[in-house]
Design a protein around this ligand. Sequence first.
Ligand code: SAM
Length: 279
Amino acid sequence: MVTRSFLTVARKLQSPAAGTELMAPLLYDFVRLTRARTLLEVGVGYTTLFLLQALADNVAAFFHNRAGLARKTRGLLDRAEKTRSRVALSEEEFGRWMLDEPTYADPRYYVSDYRPRLFAFDDFSSKTSSAICVPAVAQQLGLAHLLQFVPARPAPNAARILRRYLPIDIAFNDGSEYESFLLTYSGLVNPAGGLLVLHNTVTAFGDNPILPFLRSWNRHNDDQFEVMSIVEPHKLFQGSCTVLRRICHAPANNRVASLKSKRWMTQMLASLDKKRRRQ
Ligand SMILES: C[S@@+](CC[C@H](N)C(=O)[O-])C[C@H]1O[C@@H](n2cnc3c(N)ncnc32)[C@H](O)[C@@H]1O
């Protein structure tokens, strides 16, 4: 959680020129909301600590909710044993199971492990940035195990992102060279809703030229990304971001139907139990 003691330590890395005082908590919420596993950041500093804290909070929530899901599913199957239907859960059983804590948990999310990582690139080209202090402060906050610091530019170094961590769920660029970044990394972003976030794209002095570039590039690439810019109207500069969300155009199917089968629930519970024993 973003506690008072976290903020006291993190604020040491806040740089007025970077203007990420609101961007950092927004990124925290993006990571919590989307339960991103692999993060990429270009331009390290205050934001990095919020990204790391969000990953740590996701880990805690993952294990807590996975145990709760196993508990409530075991209860459901015990009760369902006594009912007449051998194959499918009744609407009432399924409805009650969904509302039990962890409410609305999707078992398919919990059957694979959650081992997150932030790959953070900075070439130390800025003299005013707090990038150099980040590894030590991450250590102080107990978050260093989630950080892979890469002291380099991202475009020529995509291979530094370990294959086992692909695809990237959220890529945040607060550095420069947005065009080469987009061309290098867009294909590595998770096709099922991965985000690319570019900071400071809309300013009082005009839009970053990346905006017209990315619109036409997206059009020529089957509109793979939904695009939205968010603007802080009270700031002249460093008060905006553009969010690209990668969407696959697979046809929608009835994803929930199979969950109501007792057999599926039993197999899912066995899989969660196995994982818990290995933990
Ligand atoms: C605006 S600061 C980042 C601020 C940071 N996100 C924060 O919240 O404090 C930009 C950083 O990007 C780095 N940078 C700029 N261009 C870069 C590039 N092409 N590759 C890697 N790092 C870059 C600079 O060294 C600097 O540390």
